[in-house]
Ligand binder design. Structure first.
Ligand SMILES: Cc1cc2nc3c(=O)[nH]c(=O)nc-3n(C[C@H](O)[C@H](O)[C@H](O)COP(=O)(O)OP(=O)(O)OC[C@H]3O[C@@H](n4cnc5c(N)ncnc54)[C@H](O)[C@@H]3O)c2cc1C
Length: 633
């Protein structure tokens, strides 16, 4: 990620699937909803539902993208996103504009048959060289497998290299010195599982949660033995002041992914960059025996995997059609995503293509203050630390479309480090749950003077060139002002001379914003906030000096957790309930670790280990299980 213009290239849509014979033809100019309505009208008394053929209990309507539960086939028609896009002129969003996404296709990718001749051969193929893939490749190679790791980008690290923090709730040997474990010390993975299942409202597989609880610590300890230094500077850093309920290690993920890459190389992993996976290869018995990749983005080659293919290619934050189908809350409420690399969901679709089941429906993770770049014609994916995002996360006057105030969650460490982390995810939930799925921040010309007093921590900290690890940030963004200027230039952050103009251009009904500001200013004058969740007096700054600023925000999607169903050996499981032989998946490509309908939520509980930790642990497990289970003599 080297500059602000470094966006993913657009993917050509794969729409050339034969129409299902039973499926009525959908006219090009109609949205899916309009089509169904018209079809129902034509059928007289028949409802749209009655037009649909019989389906198994969990299946979606036959013939539509993601028809995985019916037969896993690719005989589906995908509506053109430009025609189904229902973006509101007033700035509300119920569906997303596919134009701004790198990918917009939910169709299963069908497997290829075994070729007459393989172009390369190995024991285990790992797809993706990010947090999960680097671990999977290194672990499998360490255990004696011959490994090829294919990566779509030109470098290792994936999104994991941008992460700043890995959470772990106990079981890491370093935590012994602090006598820390959740829910109580000494660490007991069963107790942690019981606590987590309760937190997840039991909508998770206890065996998978137990696996994470039990193996999370050992997987990070193993990384330490491979050369990863779990420390910042000279000492391990904990964000866990007294009364804290959580223990976090602030880690340098770029260093961690570099170390795991080097370890993999030392164990003989054959890394192949600029080499996106395009399809699985399946033999007549149903076993996955290889992979088709596009070498150097040009030549299609077939690689044989004598033992297994491991899918560790992240989730699908950047695929509009997959979001709408499997994670509708994120599709409605997230204003943007900050996962720039990959996340287009091909590997998930490859799994669907060989009949994999799906778990973790509607499960995702978001941070607060997602800036609605799309609303002004920008792109969906943005770098998290782009300055404008940090500005949007401050305790400004924040309202919904009705003018109601929204709760702000403080990220200052103060007495409880845990709350500081939870705040980022929980605020996203608040911001997404409002009418129209957008929230609004408003401030005036003096905003810069107020920033220091807010003293927000973690990813809300405004970036300045002197910050530790600033080298992880693309040069353009090393001063937060630059990203804010970009937002002003794009009119994403609106600057207007009057409140009435701002109100109109943010899409409010007349009077709503003006009245909300008036009430806010009364509170500021009194120095006392009458809102149910009052802000401290030192944060109450009247909005009175033009120009006035406003921005639409929603959640900031950073992880999808709907993915391929796996068992506790990380093997992908089909809709028939059977393991798909030879196919493994690490979390994010696999789903379900945190249960169904686990939308948004905090970064730690969302998966017990945070997202990057989950990827690390899942990759480690995939590598180990694949070697152990698939040994050929
Ligand atoms: C700016 C930023 C900050 C973050 N901060 C945190 C944090 O502090 N804590 C936390 O827990 N999480 C954080 N995250 C999220 C975390 O980084 C991700 O959840 C994690 O990287 C997921 O790991 P992964 O291995 O599943 O995917 P990735 O690390 O994204 O790796 C997947 C790899 O697969 C490759 N790939 C994709 N498709 C293909 C294909 N078809 N063929 C070949 N290769 C493919 C991708 O190019 C990528 O390199 C952050 C993310 C970002 C971007």
């Amino acid at each position: 990620m080297s500059s602000k213009s470094n966006q993913q290239p657009k993917q050509p849509q794969q729409l050339q699937h034969p129409q299902h014979p039973q499926q009525p033809q959908q006219p090009q100019h109609l949205s899916r909803r309009g089509f169904l309505a018209q079809a129902a009208a034509v059928a007289g008394a028949a409802t749209a539902a009655a037009l649909l053929p019989q389906q198994p209990a969990l299946a979606v309507e036959e013939g539509f993208a993601g028809d995985w539960a019916a037969d896993g086939s690719g005989t589906v028609e995908l509506p053109d996103s430009r025609q189904t896009n229902a973006t509101g002129n007033d700035g509300t969003y119920r569906e997303l504009n596919g134009e701004v996404f790198p990918a917009d296709d939910a169709t299963p990718i069908l497997p290829r048959p075994v070729p007459e001749k393989w172009d390369a051969t190995c024991d285990i193929i790992v797809v993706g060289a990010g947090g999960g893939g680097l671990n999977a490749a290194a672990r499998a190679a360490e255990l004696g497998a011959e490994v090829i790791c294919v990566e779509a980008m030109a470098m290792h690290g994936g999104n994991a290299q941008s992460a700043g923090m890995c959470g772990i709730l106990g079981g890491l040997s370093m935590q012994e010195s602090k006598r820390f474990a959740m829910p109580s010390y000494p660490f007991d993975p069963k107790a942690l599982t019981a606590w987590a299942m309760d937190e997840y409202h039991y909508a998770a597989d206890p065996n998978l949660i137990y696996l994470i609880a039990e193996q999370g610590g050992p997987s990070l300890d193993w990384m330490a033995s491979c050369g990863v230094e779990w420390r910042l500077g000279e000492v391990p850093v904990y964000v866990a002041p007294k009364n804290s309920t959580l223990d976090h290690h602030v880690l340098k993920m770029k260093d961690a992914t570099d170390a795991m890459h080097d370890y993999g190389v030392s164990k003989g992993v054959d890394f192949r960059f600029r080499c996106p996976a395009e399809a699985l290869v399946q033999d007549g018995s149903g076993r996955i025996v290889g992979l088709v990749v596009r070498e150097d983005y040009q030549n299609e080659i077939y690689i044989q995997a004598r033992q297994a293919v491991i899918l560790t290619a992240g989730g699908f934050c950047n695929n509009k059609a997959l979001l709408q189908r499997y994670i509708p809350t994120a599709a409605m409420g997230c204003a943007s995503s900050y996962l720039l690399g990959g996340e287009m969901g091909e590997c998930f679709r490859m799994g669907l293509g060989v009949g994999a089941d799906v778990s973790g429906f509607n499960s995702s993770a978001s941070f607060d203050g997602g800036v609605d770049w799309e609303a002004e014609g920008g792109t969906w994916a943005h770098f998290l630390y782009d300055g404008m995002t940090q500005l949007s996360r401050q305790p400004w006057l924040t309202i919904d479309r009705c003018g109601n105030r929204l709760r702000f969650m403080d990220s200052r460490v103060a007495e409880d480090g845990a709350n500081a982390i939870y705040a980022l995810g929980d605020l996203a939930t608040i911001q997404m749950a409002t009418p129209g799925h957008r929230s609004y921040i408003i401030f005036d010309a003096d905003y810069e003077q107020h920033l220091a007093g807010f003293a927000q921590e973690h990813c809300r900290k405004l970036l300045t060139p002197d910050l530790e690890q600033i080298d992880k940030v693309p040069e353009h963004y090393r001063d937060w002002h630059h990203g804010v200027q970009d937002a002003l230039d794009a009119d994403v952050l609106k600057r207007r001379d009057t409140l009435e103009e701002l109100e109109r251009d943010l899409g409010f009904e007349p009077g709503i914003l003006v009245a909300a500001v008036e009430h806010w200013n009364e509170n500021c004058a009194k120095g006392e906030d009458d809102f149910y969740y009052p802000l401290p007096p030192e944060w109450l700054h009247a909005i009175q000096k033009p120009p006035f600023y406003g921005c639409r925000i929603g959640g900031n999607l950073y992880g999808t957790k709907a993915g391929l169903l796996i068992n506790t050996q990380m093997q992908v499981v089909g809709t028939n309930g059977k393991v798909i032989p030879g196919l493994y998946a690490g979390w994010h490509t696999a789903g379900g670790a945190c249960g169904e309908n686990s939308y948004i939520g905090d970064p730690i509980l969302g998966s017990l280990m945070g997202d990057v930790g989950l990827a690390f642990c899942g990759g480690y497990l995939c590598g180990g299980f694949a070697v152990q289970n698939e040994k050929v003599d």
